[in-house]
Write a protein that binds this ligand. Structure first.
Ligand code: DC
Length: 223
């Protein structure tokens, strides 16, 4: 039997991961966070002293050394890089910017897209990222483009970090998001772009519960 695929794209901080995770849990699907894979690859570069923007050839020559695994442990998704749990480390600001830089490299994308397509063959999935509707799973039964204004996205990130009791600077968060928006949308290979047949969901004025309900409704309607 063919598995169901729900593809979710959108810019940084639109709430894709948290909403997709909640919807996956409610519907019994497997959630696949493709951004976490680009983040893990960026962390490999950072830990090995490879300058992503300037040492591209070295990075490409070492791609085979990068082994990424997503595991579901007690209902939570954990991200492993070469056997080490890096789930928390990959959320830090240096990795966020690095992941956007590494995502412009075609060889990196080819490797990660192959892995993502394999994962979608094994279960009913909700997969989120930047190119899932347009490139990774163009035949997904449900395609959603989740977005929100830059200010709303920066504010959510800011609140998330403050909730963990950590200090942060709103303007810096907003600048990082703007940098990634530009980088992710303007790259030559698989740029962030709404697929023509994806449903647009603007979450600027919606809270988490409303977005989750709306997404479940869209999935029910399409299926
Ligand atoms: O969704 P995220 O913020 O965790 O993603 C981190 C970076 O990875 C993002 O800036 C762009 C890149 N990315 C991508 O190019 N393609 C994807 N399918 C997912 C993420």
């Amino acid at each position: 039997m063919k598995h169901i695929a729900v593809a979710v794209d959108g810019p940084a901080g639109a709430g894709k991961s948290s909403v997709s995770k909640a919807v996956a849990k409610d519907l019994g699907y497997t959630y696949i966070d493709t951004g976490a894979m680009y983040r893990a690859a960026a962390l490999f570069a950072i830990e090995n002293g490879i300058d992503i923007r300037n040492d591209r050839a070295e990075l490409i020559s070492r791609l085979d050394e990068i082994k990424i695994a997503l595991k579901n442990e007690n209902g939570a998704q954990r991200v492993y890089l070469n056997g080490k749990d890096v789930s928390e480390r990959i959320r830090q600001a240096d990795v966020s910017v690095g992941s956007s830089d590494i995502a412009v490299i075609p060889e990196v994308r080819v490797k990660l897209v192959a892995l993502q397509r394999e994962m979608a063959k094994t279960a009913d999935v909700i997969m989120d990222g930047r190119d899932i509707c347009t490139h990774v799973l163009p035949d997904a039964q449900v395609k959603i483009f989740l977005t929100a204004s830059v200010d709303a996205r920066a504010k959510r990130r800011y609140d998330e970090i403050r909730e963990k009791g950590e200090e942060c600077d709103f303007e810096k968060i907003k600048a990082d998001i703007e940098y990634r928006d530009k980088n992710d949308s303007s790259r030559a290979v698989s740029p962030l772009k709404k697929a023509d047949d994806a449903i647009l969901l603007d979450t600027t004025e919606l809270d988490f519960g409303q977005v989750t309900e709306k997404m479940k409704e869209l999935i029910r309607n399409v299926l």
